[in-house]
Design a protein around this ligand. Structure first.
Ligand code: ATP
Ligand code: MG
Length: 462
């Protein structure tokens, strides 16, 4: 679950809980109030009835039973009992609603679910109506009479259910509002983190100099950005140091190797040396040559790492390739490899001529090295107006499918024995890819294991 959703849920959850607690208090309060009002109305009405009856004691005589006591409106349920608890008066309502006289409920109002008398509309299921009932005693000429007064709570119940509906609607509305606000707020809070995230995704070894912009407020995001920037500083420094170290080391190795090579060439001139030593010298000279090549490739690679700038010029690609092929001619002859080319005249390219020459030297070197004796090489160039496509095909042991991307990594060799046999260090193709990419081109390898390999390079013309 995303943090934005979690924050939103927390806000909505907390909001709903608070609203629920608030609604509960409001509900209880609002439920009590109409009851209190009703109770005091019942009390007042009982007093009024008691006063009216006390003023006209003859009212209590049986023959006056049919007189009507005017209590406010006809909504009250009223019964008056004589000292032996026989009803001596009852209102219209009390004839259709049954509320028994309970002996233990005096002077305090209570709620009672009353049934309608003679109600057979619902086939035995008696309809219940809630009544608030008050029973009070009053004295007339030293006799104790009872007034039982009740009022329907239908209206109050209606009001309460209306209140419940309103509270429910209010809760749903506040949850919806809280959701919108929470979602928006979480988005605002997390905005800087998303920005940091997308920037960090863009930073790689080539764009290590980029930094996360620091906001104005000194909050946790500011701290996080500062720490990430410090980490990037350290990374950039150690990357640069590593590159410099590689450049320095290979540069320092160059002169001693050159001196050793001179020494061995000189020593090889001395024919008076015993044959065993002469053979050893030849072997050592071969190893030294391999070391010399490795150091030179490392130097080229580190020079590329340190200096990625291009010395761009418009040059004739056809001429450059023909001159590289000329250099390789003796080697092709020696290995009996048949070369077939399709190179159009006057193809021009914008780029760093020296670096592109290195690309062709590396791929031709591979095409000859990893070929069969008496094998074949086919090279062609195609210019479609937008880009120059070059393709170099050679017969040979090929490259396994799984290694086709890895051969572009520095020091990666398919079979260690294969490359060391040819003196390879596994750097050639990584240099090729670097140079091609610097020219915004693409390089890829296709191969059939044990049959052939094809290197395709595309340089954009603009
Ligand atoms: P270096 O080029 O540094 O002297 P290398 O030739 O071993 O050494 P790369 O040119 O990077 O290194 O090639 C990487 C590996 O890819 C090689 O070891 C080889 O196994 C394989 N490879 C490259 N080109 C070909 C090819 N044309 N045919 C078959 N295998 C190849
Ligand atoms: Mg190579």
């Amino acid at each position: 679950m995303k943090i934005r959703h979690k924050i939103t849920l927390w806000i909505v959850g907390t909001g709903i809980l608070t609203s629920l607690a608030f609604s509960l208090v409001v509900f209880l309060e609002m439920r009590e109030q109409p009851l209190q009002i009703l109770d005091s109305q019942l009390n007042l009405t009982c007093d009024a009835v008691a006063k009216e009856v006390s003023k006209n004691p003859d009212f209590l005589e049986a023959q006056k039973f049919n007189r009507t006591i005017i209590v406010q409106g006809s909504r009250y349920w009223l019964k008056i009992y004589d000292p032996i608890l026989q009803p001596i008066y009852q209102s219209e309502l009390s004839r259709i609603v049954d509320i028994p006289l309970l002996s233990n409920k005096r002077n305090r109002a209570y709620t009672f679910d009353a049934h309608l008398l003679n109600n057979d509309v619902n086939h035995g299921e008696k309809e219940e109506i809630a009544f608030r009932v008050l029973v009070v005693e009053f004295q007339v000429e030293n006799n104790t009479y009872l007034i039982q007064l009740a009022s329907s709570m239908e209206k109050i119940d209606e009001e309460i259910s209306e209140l419940l509906r309103a509270l429910g609607f209010g809760l749903a509305l506040s949850a919806a509002i809280l959701f919108c606000i929470g979602y928006f707020m979480a988005g605002q809070i997390l905005k800087p983190i998303s920005a940091i995230n997308s920037l960090i995704l863009k930073i790689n070894e080539k764009t290590l100099s980029q930094r996360i912009p620091l906001g104005k407020s000194r909050d946790e995001i500011f701290e996080l950005s500062t720490h990430l920037n410090n980490m990037l500083d350290r990374l950039e420094f150690s990357f640069a140091q590593q590159k410099q170290y590689l450049a320095d080391a290979s540069h320092e190795l160059k002169s001693p190797i050159a001196m050793l090579r001179l020494f061995f060439e000189d020593a090889a001139q001395h024919s008076d040396l015993p044959e065993v030593w002469q053979n050893k010298l030849v072997g050592l000279q071969r190893n030294l040559l391999r070391l010399d090549r490795l150091v030179k490739t490392l130097l080229a690679l580190s020079a590329l790492e340190v200096n990625e700038s291009l010395n761009v010029e418009n040059f004739c690609l056809t001429e450059l390739i023909l001159s590289v092929l000329e250099d390789f001619a003796p080697l092709l002859q020696k290995t009996n490899i048949h070369l077939e080319t399709d190179i159009p005249q006057n193809i021009y390219l914008q780029g760093d001529k020296d670096k592109i020459r290195r690309v062709f030297i590396n791929i031709f070197d591979n095409a000859i090295k990893y070929n069969f004796n008496g094998g074949e090489i086919r090279f062609n160039i195609y210019d479609d107006g937008k880009s120059v496509k070059l393709s170099l095909y050679n017969t040979g042991p090929g490259i396994p499918y799984a290694d086709r991307e890895k051969v572009f990594e520095a020091f990666y060799r398919v079979e260690k024995s294969r490359s060391t046999h040819y003196g390879g260090a596994g750097l050639g193709l990584s240099i090729v890819k670097k140079i091609v990419n610097l020219h915004r081109g693409v390089v890829s390898i296709e191969s059939e294991l044990g049959e052939w390999t094809r290197v395709d390079i595309t340089f954009p013309l603009t």
